[in-house]
Write a new protein. Structure first.
Length: 94
């Protein structure tokens, strides 16, 4: 829910959180809709239903001017994901 475990009126995302994910724009882009949804539900006194699956991506430099994008989620367990399933991400694409 991105809600603090001791202080119910505190929410966090990105660098201000203690989430076990990379601090990347991709992670925050996945966290923001969860935080907004849960914060709005909380303000209305409703049950918070959105949850962050731990999605993150890490660009890895693999050569001169080349990188590989490693994407994965952590919840409920580590799972490799692909943003571009129509591309074979195991081989170089331009």
């Amino acid at each position: 829910t991105l809600q603090h475990t001791k202080f119910p009126n505190v929410f966090a995302l990105g660098d201000s959180s203690s989430l076990p994910t990379s601090k990347t724009a991709a992670a925050i882009a996945s966290q923001a809709p969860v935080l907004v949804s849960n914060l709005l539900h909380r303000m209305k006194g409703e049950t918070m239903t959105a949850s962050y699956d731990g999605y993150t991506s890490c660009p890895i430099l693999v050569g001169d001017g080349q990188l590989m994008l490693a994407e994965f989620t952590f919840a409920p367990e580590l799972k490799i994901t692909e943003t571009f399933p129509y591309l074979d991400q195991a081989k170089q694409n331009r």
